[in-house]
Design a protein around this ligand. Structure first.
Ligand SMILES: C[S@@+](CC[C@H](N)C(=O)[O-])C[C@H]1O[C@@H](n2cnc3c(N)ncnc32)[C@H](O)[C@@H]1O
Length: 424
């Protein structure tokens, strides 16, 4: 049953919500800051903010008119200094909770607003036309945004064109997702959802794609029109990503991460790049090492492979590819014996099974990239137990105003383990 309460916020939790004591337990209050006294409507452990009675000195006016309605950002009400301290501290907390050495955490890198080159919009056709934006926090409601301070200006400016493309494709009332990647050739738009547009609908959408100068439009993986081949550059290696491809969110932050990874692998002759995507790291590493790229997504791996073959003038060392589900079938310690370096960059759930195999292998140098400090800390602990030393961990904030934090960890050990992890 919901109740109105006045609470004092003790701290921000890992998801950016204020945490307050209430009765015997804790209550989480979004859009609050440590030290604030707030009035809320609480329902169990969640509470909705009614008013801020005593604002924190760190409180600022949010830059976006949709803040608190659109579920995209959680922390625009926090001043930049406090935000940066809190954000970098997420890594400190996650590593500290596992008893790991936090003194090796390096200075964080922060992206600027309006730099994200990949956006996953929600869209729905209503009586008012197409609504395009992000889903309200903890709800299916699509917030029709009129501005966004996170995405690149090219994507923000294309919102009317995107609505026009979607209008002929959408049945009324059906929510779809449109992944928009800003590529060197223009916008690559991949629509996914329970829709099956007929030829007439696709022709109408294609006309708008052409008129608006979009690079490509696909619906559920099928090309509607591709006037240009979408291209991205991993340094000077050009790759054509598949529809809706995973790309690191902010190009400048990708460069920071890639420099860390390639610098750490500089002495490794044979590198395994696990969870390789379209080759963000693999194709850069191939400048100085032979690379075996392993990835679960077939189209991403095909793009990586073609990127390698199409860039023969870049004098890359050999790159081999393998499609594999690394959660179910991690590369074994035995398979890893031929590599002196391993890079792994898993999704949020981390790479526990894979980390155990690396721990049991003879691999001596590892770069672990992660967008989840908690699973990263778990996977690092497995490696450290097996004799690796954590040389550095660098926080990279490419998800401004959200509680998501990327990090690059670099590890080394003198000799590889001989025993399997199950012996431990
Ligand atoms: C965080 S992305 C990193 C991609 C790439 N390293 C990059 O920087 O662009 C994680 C990648 O893991 C892949 N992936 C997710 N689950 C996987 C699994 N079980 N086995 C293999 N690859 C998986 C995704 O398709 C995605 O390409």
């Amino acid at each position: 049953m919901s109740r109105t309460e006045t609470l004092t916020i003790d701290e921000l939790g890992a998801r950016g919500d204020g945490v307050a004591k209430s009765g015997d337990g804790q209550v989480f209050v979004p859009y609050t800051l440590a030290g604030e006294t707030v009035t809320v409507i609480a329902d169990g452990r969640r509470a909705a903010l009614l008013s801020v009675r005593t604002p924190s000195p760190d409180r600022v006016e949010p830059v976006c008119r949709h803040f608190e309605t659109c579920g995209g950002c959680a922390l625009q009400h926090m001043g930049p200094d406090a935000y940066r301290t809190w954000k970098a501290g997420l890594l400190d907390r996650a590593l500290g909770a596992r008893g790991l050495d936090t003194s090796v955490i390096r200075q964080a890198h922060f992206c600027e607003p309006r730099t994200r080159r990949r956006a996953v919009f929600s869209a729905i056709l209503t009586e008012k036309g197409v609504l395009l934006g992000f889903q309200q926090a903890a709800s299916n409601t699509v917030v029709d945004i009129e501005e966004c301070h996170v995405i690149a200006p090219e994507i923000d400016a294309a919102r009317p064109a995107l609505k026009a493309v979607l209008e002929p494709l959408l049945p009324a009332g059906r929510t779809v997702h449109a992944t928009v990647n800003l590529t060197l050739s223009g916008l690559d738009v991949a629509v996914e959802g329970k829709i099956a547009p007929d030829d007439r609908q696709k022709r109408a959408a294609a006309d708008i794609v052409r008129a608006e100068g979009l690079a490509r439009l696909t619906v559920n993986g099928e090309i509607v029109l591709a006037p240009k081949r979408p291209l991205v550059a991993f340094d000077d290696v050009m790759v054509s990503p598949p529809p809706g491809a995973f790309l690191q969110a902010v190009p400048e932050m990708e460069t920071v991460m890639a420099d860390l990874v390639t610098g750490h692998m500089a002495k490794s002759k044979r590198v395994a790049d696990l969870y390789a995507g379209c080759g963000t790291f693999a194709l850069r590493l191939a400048k100085s090492s032979t690379v075996h790229a392993v990835e679960g997504d077939g189209p991403a791996l095909a793009a990586l492979d073609r990127g390698f073959r199409d860039n023969s003038d870049r004098k890359l060392k050999p790159v081999t590819v393998e499609r594999r589900d690394l959660a179910r079938r991690p590369m074994t310690a035995h398979e890893l014996r031929v590599f002196d370096g391993v890079v792994f960059d898993p999704p949020r759930a981390g790479a526990e099974a894979q980390a155990r195999e690396i721990a049991a292998s003879t691999v001596r140098r590892v770069a672990a990239i992660s967008c989840n400090p908690e699973t990263l800390a778990r996977d690092l602990a497995i490696l450290i137990q097996a004799g690796f030393t954590l040389k550095s961990v660098t926080p990279v904030d490419q998800f401004i105003w959200t509680p998501h934090l990327e990090a690059v960890a670099l590890l080394e050990r003198r000799t590889g383990r001989k025993r399997h992890w199950s012996d431990m």
